[in-house]
Write a protein that binds this ligand. Structure first.
Ligand code: AMP
Length: 282
């Protein structure tokens, strides 16, 4: 079935009013793939036959710290609408930039320490862009729940923090990472990899698995786990690591010893394409 479509705040308010609850929101930047499809499936199951799934598709300029990355971000609205229809979405929000950031817009939502390391250090301003747009979308959607992928583990933590701090009524739900058969986490950016880079990209997963294997064998020295990831990445000439991390999964502070919930994570460049991946321990 073709979902309803809103392109403006007013249009969304009008259609949102006729949706039956629970309303489940899935925010995306489009270029939809099986990772997004799994979020839609989980959202549909959560909403049930009588509830509603609302998908937003918005490539948020505020969260891109490189204009070239924003411009090169893949966009295919017609294909995205088909994917959402097939996944049983009830309503799509596809606004132009000026509908989200209207003339005179001057508000920003900034989360503190959690946004400083890892992606925050590598991409200044990124999380402020994310939390600002997610706060707007949560406000406009008035959803009972919003679904986010564990693929962007730091983003999920930051959004949870923001929602708790601002008293957002929408429940934030985490969904597992969807991977290609060779282990590469699905990402809209994967289509920009050359065939050689695509063949090399599963090294992220292998690096995480190398560290996990050391952990499973009893290793608790975080630097040894980071070294295991670095060594695997170093064996792949097309991979240029930006960071590898073994951090406390609640604070994202780098660990010396692993003795509680931990997040292994990394960002790796393949030419102009930047990929991220992560794995929780235990
Ligand atoms: P994006 O369109 O990249 O902003 O992603 C929209 C949502 O889909 C975010 O919550 C992502 O974490 C999630 N997502 C993206 N890729 C995957 C994946 N491979 N597995 C699970 N969730 C994903």
């Amino acid at each position: 079935m073709t979902p309803m479509l809103a392109r403006s705040r007013i249009g969304l308010a009008a259609t949102r009013a006729i949706l039956s609850r629970p309303v489940v929101l899935v925010p995306t930047m489009g270029a939809l793939h099986d990772g997004h499809r799994s979020l839609f499936r989980l959202a549909r199951a959560c909403a049930g036959p009588s509830g509603s799934v609302l998908v937003s598709i918005f490539v948020n300029p505020l969260q891109f710290n490189e204009t070239s990355d924003f411009e090169a971000y893949p966009r295919d609205e017609a294909a995205d609408v088909r994917v959402c229809g097939a996944a049983g979405a009830d309503l799509l929000l596809i606004p132009p930039v000026e509908e989200i950031y209207h003339p005179g817009f001057e508000t920003s939502v900034r989360v503190g320490a959690l946004t400083q390391p890892l992606e925050g250090a590598a991409r200044p301003g990124h999380f402020e862009g994310v939390t600002t747009v997610v706060a707007i979308l949560l406000g406009l959607a008035g959803a009972d729940r919003a679904y986010f992928g564990q693929k962007d583990a730091q983003q999920l933590l930051v959004i949870r923090r923001m929602a708790a701090d601002l008293g957002v009524a929408t429940e934030i739900v985490a969904c597992p990472i969807v991977r290609e058969p060779d282990g590469l986490a699905l990402s809209s950016r994967n289509v920009r990899l050359t065939p050689q880079q695509r063949a090399a990209a599963p090294v992220l997963r292998r690096a995480l698995s190398a560290a996990r294997a050391r952990y499973d064998a009893g290793e608790r020295d975080a630097e040894i786990l980071r070294a295991a990831m670095r060594m695997t990445l170093a064996a792949e000439p097309l991979a240029a690591p930006e960071y590898v991390s073994c951090a406390d999964s609640a604070t994202l502070r780098e660990l010396e010893r692993v003795d509680g919930p931990t997040l292994l994570s990394m960002a790796v460049r393949f030419g102009a394409v930047r990929l991220i991946d992560n794995e929780p321990l235990p």
